[in-house]
Design a protein around this ligand. Structure first.
Ligand code: CLF
Ligand code: SF4
Length: 503
């Protein structure tokens, strides 16, 4: 009889890294890196997948202008290179921004990183961007500074970025071939002139690559964002991944194009489609052979506040901030204590896994058939725990369990099925949409679930599971996978129809 437990899977993932998975956001998966780099990403919710369960970021929208045009951008809204299109942020002066950061830091102790990501390009607004960074370096030294740019003026600004102690820079690089670039960027503004088409794209690409090399030479961690545009750069992004890795980029974040006609972008109006979840995953998997991939990006807005995926911006509008009294020395002390408690929790989790570790290879030893990977969806409120009611989930995290490990694949946004009031259970079309969004998943793990969604999920071949409430996500997924393996539900040669009958 095969004896396995959940830690078989998860500890391998944690201790040895999932080199096959490419889920390079986690610190432990980056254990091969020098200590000083691990420190830089340890509590950065974007650079470390594990950290995003515990730590928050905020953005301040201080940078209105942009020096290029992307076909997926409408200037009425935020820079779509790191933001969901169609979102408008409240523009702040640097002084207002600093006040806001200090107020948020005092009230959300999880907040470790301040990013400037729009609403235009931060480096096309150098005075406003650097004034904000300069003040924060002085007044809030415990906060990491982060910036995102299209890269056009990056080489000229690397020195200044270094002076402000900025350890994390994101460059959006959608292509390394000007012919592809000409399909994405109609023009750039360069040396006081508008330069169109391939010529403009070529300059942009050269500047991005030069900036990337200069930053990595200086020891600054560079994340590269790429917008996946089916039919335009989908066949090209593997090449982009290889090139940016060779030049020292730390992490690659391939994000889906979101193009809706109502956003008024060129692509939206032309009917250019965005990728399906599985298309995105497939490309991320292909790129992961060469790069650490970020898979937990939520395409935040340029004034986002809170954990990735949540937005607490309404609590921190300028009128509310003006009424807040902040003693930042006291706040820093409390933040340090809070971070220490988070680290104790993270450490305890690792030790727990170590205690119960049995090699995953025991799955193979005890079974005749090979097992196939299985996708599972999880409802969570954060903290790396299964702690959310199915009906309260606005997104599901998707993991893949296999004989090798449990790896994070991405998130899928959904409409709220149950608002917590009496309408729960009556929103059938919403449920149908959720089931469609969970396409490919064979189980959904949550803290609780109602009878109606349970039945419909089962009918759709997705097994609901509320037995692992308050357990660590990877442990719970491993446990469910092992049960499936034991029951023969994850055998490699099992057909879909047989699967459904057995379920
Ligand atoms: Fe902001 Fe970007 Fe810094 Fe993170 S966001 S500037 S690296 S602090 Fe993060 Fe948001 Fe994705 Fe950006 S989830 S959109 S990757
Ligand atoms: Fe829009 Fe950002 Fe592109 Fe500028 S860099 S055009 S703000 S998406």
């Amino acid at each position: 009889m095969m004896e396995l437990n959940a830690a078989d899977l998860t500890t391998k993932n944690i201790d040895e890294g999932c080199s096959s998975s490419g889920c390079g956001g986690s610190n432990d998966q980056l254990s091969h890196l020098p200590e000083h780099i691990r420190e830089k990403v340890h509590d950065h919710p974007c650079y470390s997948e594990e950290a995003h369960h515990y730590y928050a970021r905020m953005h301040v929208a201080v940078a209105p202008a942009c020096n290029i045009q992307c076909h997926y951008c409408n200037r009425k809204y935020d820079c779509a290179n790191e933001s969901r299109p169609g979102v408008v942020s409240e523009l702040l002066t640097p002084d207002q921004a600093v006040k806001k950061v200090m107020a948020v830091a005092a009230n959300i102790p999880q907040m470790t990183v301040l990013g400037i990501a729009g609403p235009g390009d931060p480096l096309a607004n150098p005075e406003r961007t650097f004034d904000t960074f300069r003040q924060l370096t002085d007044k809030a030294p415990d906060i990491k500074l982060c910036v995102s740019t299209n890269g056009l003026t990056l080489p000229e600004q690397v020195e200044e970025l270094c002076q402000h102690n900025i350890d994390h820079v994101t460059i959006t690089i959608n292509c390394v071939d000007p012919d592809v670039g000409a399909k994405i960027y109609p023009w750039i503004f360069w040396n006081n002139r508008r330069i169109k088409g391939r010529r403009g794209a070529k300059i942009l690409i050269e500047q991005q690559q030069k900036g990337l090399e200069m930053l990595t030479e200086k020891g600054i961690l560079v994340k590269v964002n790429s917008v996946l545009i089916p039919g335009v750069n989908d066949q090209h992004l593997e090449e982009v991944s290889k090139v940016v890795k060779a030049k020292g980029a730390f992490l690659h974040n391939v994000m889906p194009l979101i193009a809706e006609a109502e956003h008024g972008t060129f692509y939206g109006v032309m009917g250019q489609r965005g990728p399906e979840s599985l298309e995105l995953q497939e490309l991320q998997d292909k790129c992961s052979g060469d790069m650490n991939m970020m898979r937990h990006c939520r395409q935040c807005r340029a004034d986002a506040v809170g954990m990735l995926g949540e937005d607490r911006g309404d609590e921190f509008t300028m009128d509310k901030i003006e009424l807040m009294e902040v003693d930042y020395d006291d706040a820093m002390q409390k933040r340090a204590e809070y971070h220490a408690s988070i680290e104790t929790k993270r450490e305890a989790q690792k030790n727990k896994n170590n205690e119960t570790f049995i090699s995953i290879s025991s799955i193979k030893r005890h079974k005749k058939k090979q097992s196939r990977p299985v996708l599972m969806a999880v409802a969570t409120n954060g903290g790396g725990i299964i702690n959310q009611h199915f009906g309260h989930a606005k997104e599901f995290l998707v993991y893949e369990a296999s004989e090798m490990d449990v790896r994070f694949i991405g998130h899928r946004k959904v409409d709220l099925y149950c608002s917590g009031d009496k309408t729960c259970g009556e929103t059938e079309t919403t449920l149908e949409k959720i089931i469609k969004t969970l396409n490919g998943c064979e189980a959904v793990l949550c803290s609780k679930i109602g009878y109606e969604p349970w039945e419909m999920l089962e009918e759709a071949g997705i097994q609901p599971n509320g037995e692992h409430a308050m357990e660590v996500i990877e442990d719970a997924i491993a446990a469910v996978y092992i049960e499936m393996v034991k029951a023969g539900l994850a055998d490699k040669n099992i057909s879909d129809s047989e699967m459904q009958i057995r379920a």
